[in-house]
Design a protein around this ligand. Structure first.
Ligand code: UDP
Ligand code: MN
Length: 238
């Protein structure tokens, strides 16, 4: 039977939030058999996102988890969306769906429908290229004989797996196998790599998707910050 795809999306309040979520919703409306876990970066669920979820005609789980403010700055850089993804993982671990794949979809990326077809066939961990990321046109697994042998990337050589959040999906069973199958907000390693390390993922486990990693099915687009004009506003009478 076709596995269900659990899509975890962190989101936070900003002028472009509804635009990003609406665009993502329109994509997901075209994907069968999914559960969309939306986790707001806030203490409580907002009315705005609650209505959005209600009107959506999608199978949505709406949660909230606020990003922790630090008393003292950490020597490691803080990653975004961590508490929210972890809240989503925790929800899944409680519900224990069995035949399922998990994908972490940030709210402002651009997703091809082909990506979800690829995700559907993941056995343990699927990997594929991501465009417009890491200071490159794309980062990608390098494959030989349908196996991943290396990674094409430039940014941060110390990464355990030099890959973006959008570049992999995992079988839900991996979350159940390891108690600490959560993201680390502060790590001297990278966010994605340290997570995959916790799941004991090895390079040999990678299942290359997107036509042996030769195609782009996801873009790490970033929505521009919009500054709303304050002060005098000219109203033109017509
Ligand atoms: N995010 C969040 N709280 C924040 C910043 C980001 O929940 O304070 C979410 C955001 O909505 C997105 C994900 O975390 O789904 C990654 O953030 P962003 O897209 O800003 O990261 P970037 O594109 O810079 O990697
Ligand atoms: Mn983003």
């Amino acid at each position: 039977e076709m596995p269900t795809i659990y899509i975890i999306t962190p989101t936070y309040l900003r002028e472009t939030q509804m635009a990003d979520l609406t665009r993502l919703r329109n994509t997901l409306l075209l994907v069968p058999k999914i559960v969309w876990i939306i986790v707001e970066d806030s203490l409580e669920k907002s009315d705005k996102i609650s209505s959005f979820a209600m009107e959506s005609n999608l199978n949505i789980v709406h949660l909230a988890e606020k990003t922790l403010k630090l008393e003292k700055p950490s020597k490691y850089s803080a990653h975004k969306g961590v508490e929210q993804r972890n809240r989503g993982i925790y929800w899944i671990k409680e519900k224990q769906p069995q035949n399922a794949i998990v994908y972490f979809a940030d709210d402002d990326n651009s997703y091809s429908l082909k990506l979800f077809e690829d995700i559907r066939s993941v056995k343990k961990i699927g990997v594929w290229p991501v465009a417009l990321v890491g200071g490159l046109k794309y980062e990608a697994p390098i494959c030989n004989n349908d196996k991943v042998v290396d990674w094409f990337y430039a940014y941060n050589q110390r990464r355990y797996v030099p890959t973006d959040m959008a570049s992999f999906a995992i079988n839900v069973q991996l979350l159940y196998q390891f108690d600490d199958s959560y993201f680390e907000r502060f790590t001297k390693s990278d966010l994605e790599g340290s997570f995959l390390k916790r799941l004991n993922i090895k390079v040999a486990d990678f299942e290359p998707k997107a036509e042996v990693c030769s195609k782009i099915h996801v873009w790490h687009t970033r929505t521009m910050l919009v500054k709303i004009r304050k002060g005098e506003i000219v109203e033109r009478k017509i």
